[in-house]
Design a binder for this molecule. Structure first.
Ligand code: NAD
Ligand code: DAU
Length: 378
């Protein structure tokens, strides 16, 4: 079936994996990747598919309502997968307004433009879908009731036999009350509410998913894993916030992209699905796995880079534990993570070490200059 799909934020980390998957898997779809190319957007993430006939890139700001109206009607968009966002918690603490502008007002502009276009068509909302990608951070933080970990009641391919403990009995469900703490998660929570309001008020076919921490290739090196891989390579300090005891639930990015594909096609309107791999790690433990893997792949003796660990002042309002219960998605749509965490980390570290030019272009700022020359409307 021919479809015109708008993917926002496709030049970012997760978005680039989603764009790649859709462009390659669905040659009959026209994939329009709309991205503002902020510091986090990098077209080098999509080099391998940029010349495909079913792919178009548009540089635009989702908060620009006129531009959203133009793009959605010009490309006759019938499905939207919305990933564009400001995504880094530390930046939201320094500059909350940018987060409100993009994540809240940008999502609202996109919703409104889609509503106006779809309501102008004879078939209206039939065959249409607005799929909003959100985060587990909207649910707030869970208690760390078992600091040493307990046997997890749930295991998946992501949480290997060797590592399958949980750090508490509670998990985030789709019905868990929203309780965001950072300006980032507050802005994502607000955007989730706006999406649901467009379903409840205007009948727009919407879906929201809330996913846990992603890791994998093409992640911007401000986030824990790529930052630390790069710092180890350059023998720079590894800033561990607080005591390194916070717990995150890690999912390989390609498994998230597979879930997005499945939910976009088979999810039920107005539903929420949580996405996660039952794969909880304390920061300090994951950091030690990263150090061990980088040292081994660089040929350093075991333990060589442990001395780079540097405990620093904690992040303000630092959420203690995130843990997603993704059984609804597994039960209703049959999704399962495909990759064991140990294998995912190995692939991830190898990718960053093999793609040093990609990393160096970012850390030197070269990639941004390139866009300024190419797109003068910045
Ligand atoms: P990212 O920061 O790597 O990419 C965001 C992309 O959005 C960039 O390409 C950027 O240029 C673009 N963008 C930012 N502001 C824009 C604007 N005003 N108009 C158009 N484009 C704009 O983010 P990511 O980690 O890939 O996250 C993607 C989405 O998934 C976000 O909505 C985030 O909240 C959500 N999410 C992320 C994770 C994670 O672990 N990274 C987990 C769950 C959910
Ligand atoms: O849970 C999903 C969320 O995961 C997404 O919605 C966000 O977009 C994404 O950025 C991520 O948020 P986190 O704040 O969990 O990710 P980050 O990589 O920034 O940090 C992971 C953990 O590591 C967190 O507990 C803070 C800690 N940390 C992070 C950095 C960058 C450090 O200890 N030192 C660091 O330098």
């Amino acid at each position: 079936m021919k479809r015109n799909i708008l993917i926002t934020g496709g030049a970012g980390f997760i978005g680039s994996h989603v764009v790649r998957l859709f462009v390659n898997k669905y040659p009959d779809y026209h994939i329009v990747n709309l991205d503002k190319l902020t510091y986090a957007g990098n077209l080098a993430n999509l080099k391998d598919i940029e010349d495909k006939p079913n792919y178009t890139f548009v540089r635009a700001d989702i908060a620009d309502l006129e531009e959203m109206r133009r793009v959605i009607s010009e490309y006759k968009i019938d499905g939207i997968i919305h990933l564009a966002a400001e995504s880094h918690v530390d930046r939201s603490i320094k500059d909350p307004f940018t987060f409100a502008r993009t994540n809240v007002m940008g999502t609202l502009a996109l919703l409104q433009a889609a509503k106006e276009y779809w309501e102008s068509l004879p078939e209206k909302y039939e065959g249409k879908r607005f799929y909003h990608i959100s985060t587990d951070e909207v649910y707030g933080a869970l208690e760390l009731t078992a600091p040493e970990g307990i046997e997890s009641p749930f295991t998946t391919a992501a949480s290997s036999a060797e590592h399958h403990h949980a750090y508490g009995e509670e998990f985030f469900l789709e019905t868990t009350k929203y309780n965001p703490h950072s300006p980032y998660s507050a802005s994502k929570a607000s955007s989730d509410h706006f999406v649901r309001s467009y379903h409840d008020t205007y009948g727009m076919p919407t879906i929201v998913t809330n996913c846990s921490n992603n890791y994998g290739p093409y992640q911007f090196p401000e986030k824990l894993i790529p930052l630390f891989i790069n710092n180890i390579r350059h023998r720079k300090p590894l800033p561990v916030y607080g005591k390194g005891e916070n717990v995150r639930d890690w999912l390989f990015v390609e498994d998230h992209a597979r879930a997005i594909d499945l939910i976009f096609h088979e999810g039920k309107n107005a539903e929420t699905y949580n996405i996660g791999g039952f794969n909880e790690w304390k920061n300090i433990d994951i950091i030690k796995v990263v150090i061990k893997t980088v040292d081994r792949l660089l040929g350093n003796p075991e333990g060589h880079s442990l001395d780079l660990i540097t405990y620093v002042t904690d992040r303000a309002g630092h959420d203690l534990r995130y843990a997603i219960d993704s059984r609804k998605l597994q039960r209703e749509l049959g999704w399962e993570p495909s990759l064991q965490f140990e294998e995912g980390i190995e692939r991830t570290v190898r990718w960053y070490l093999d793609n040093q030019e990609w990393m160096d272009n970012i850390t030197s700022g070269e990639y941004e200059k390139y866009y300024d020359d190419m797109y003068s409307n910045r």
